[in-house]
Design a protein around this ligand. Structure first.
Ligand code: BG6
Length: 423
């Protein structure tokens, strides 16, 4: 693209987003430049360096640089090295490096990538993206837990029976099948997004609301998880079926997926966080593609009353109180509790206290708006630290090494029946 072609694309995006104010449009013309890096040879980086230097000469203050690497995984290491060797890692002002997922494919490759990154960039300059951390509702987990002591005092093994973390998707591997088939649900979703939700749900209160304090508590959770064993895991792969009204093909029939692929599109894992707060409480992590409904939620199931005084009424089943934090869509939370159904005798019904973000605050902003702004302001709180990414890979290492064939499940269902054995 030429500079002008690039700007035209951005102008169109501004119009689509309804933010095409005169100030934005003139910013677009004055500020945006486009430069193709070619094959990424060192002379390509030298040309980029010259262009950046000539732009920085026109600035009034010192130039700051953000390199945002949204690249095929194999290109991360070489690109970072080339940036470093061209001297682009040292701006007159500050320089930051944003790295998209996937960050490695296992512990060894993540470590190697960290080493390559750290040869040219300090950890304080590195922003590893997990876009789940940019979601308002995920950030709200910390507020929900640590600004509402009524919940926090119940948030432990004495009162919680189980925690279920679900990220269900209706989409299939589709156009990303080429990448997905080499990755699978465990690498694509569990090691990062679900593990982030696990750590935010299980962590202790940090000493401050700062990046280092929060990350340290999250890493401690990962170190406390008992080794994951194969019998606590169910892998699945979708076959043809219906999602809503749509008839969809099976995973092995997707273009770019080999007909005998054993890549899992569904994983359920039962984990235990073996520390004082959580010992004995099962955490069930579950994610899959082509499930009946798109939903991300955390369900905290509280222990039932030890003895039911209503048991002499045959129809009186007392259910657990369940707190459901809905992260997307229909963001908000609900708390299930029992009430007496009006009328003679005693009959119970489950009802809910509900809070919906949309009712109070309208639309929520996109995760990337939050994350990219944080990169610009230099706030690393919502980014994944080197230690954290390695601890997460270490946790799943035994499962990555063994690869039993996934169980088939029909598209539009909640995964293989074998999941029942985990609950
Ligand atoms: C990405 C995964 O990180 O997250 C995709 O690579 C997945 O496979 C996506 O579909 C889900 O993100 P969201 O924000 O739609 O829940």
């Amino acid at each position: 693209m030429t500079d002008e072609e690039y700007r035209a694309g951005v102008r169109e995006a501004l119009v689509d987003a309804g933010v095409d104010t005169p100030a934005m449009l003139s910013w677009c013309d004055a500020a945006l430049q486009y430069h193709t890096l070619g094959e990424g040879a060192q002379e390509d980086y030298d040309a980029l360096t010259d262009r950046i230097h000539s732009l920085e000469e026109q600035l009034e203050g010192p130039g700051n640089r953000i390199f945002y690497l949204a690249l095929p995984p194999a290109a991360f290491g070489p690109s970072v090295e080339a940036l470093g060797e061209a001297g682009l890692n040292r701006a007159p002002g500050w320089t930051r490096l944003v790295v998209e997922k996937p960050f490695g494919t296992d512990l060894g490759s993540a470590r190697e990538l960290n080493t390559r990154l750290h040869t040219h960039f300090r950890e304080e300059q590195v922003y590893r993206i997990d876009h789940y951390l940019g979601k308002e509702t995920v950030q709200n987990l910390l507020v929900f837990r640590f600004a509402n002591p009524i919940f926090e005092s119940l948030w432990n093994r004495n009162h919680v029976e189980s925690v279920q973390i679900t990220v269900a998707e209706t989409v299939g591997a589709g156009e990303r099948a080429g990448y997905y088939d080499r990755s699978g649900a465990l690498r694509d979703m569990v090691q990062n997004h679900l593990t982030q939700l696990l750590t935010l749900t299980a962590m202790e209160v940090p000493a401050t609301f700062g990046a280092d304090a929060i990350r340290a508590e999250k890493v401690k959770v990962l170190h406390s998880v008992s080794p994951v064993v194969e019998r606590d895991v169910v892998r699945g792969q979708y076959t043809a079926g219906e999602v809503g009204d749509e008839r969809v093909p099976g995973y092995r029939e997707e273009a770019a997926v080999p007909g005998d692929s054993d890549t899992e599109t569904f994983v359920a894992i039962r984990l235990e966080v073996a520390n004082w707060r959580w010992q004995g409480v099962p955490f069930l992590l579950r994610t899959g593609k082509r499930l009946p409904q798109r939903t991300t939620e955390i369900r905290v199931v509280f222990r039932r009353a030890p003895v039911s005084i209503f048991q002499r009424y045959p129809s009186c089943q007392v259910h657990s109180n369940v707190l459901t934090l809905r992260l997307q869509p229909n963001e908000g939370f609900e708390l299930a509790f029992e009430v007496k159904t009006p009328g003679e005798g005693i009959e119970l019904a489950t009802q809910h206290f509900r809070f919906a973000y949309a009712d109070v605050f309208g639309d929520l902003r996109d995760a990337y708006e939050t994350l990219l702004l944080d990169v610009m302001t230099g706030d690393q709180t919502l980014f994944v630290h080197a230690d954290e990414v390695e601890a997460a890979w270490r946790l799943y290492a035994p499962l990555l090494d063994s690869s039993p064939s996934p169980l088939p499940y029909r598209s539009g269902t909640w995964g293989p029946d074998a999941v029942e054995k985990l609950s």
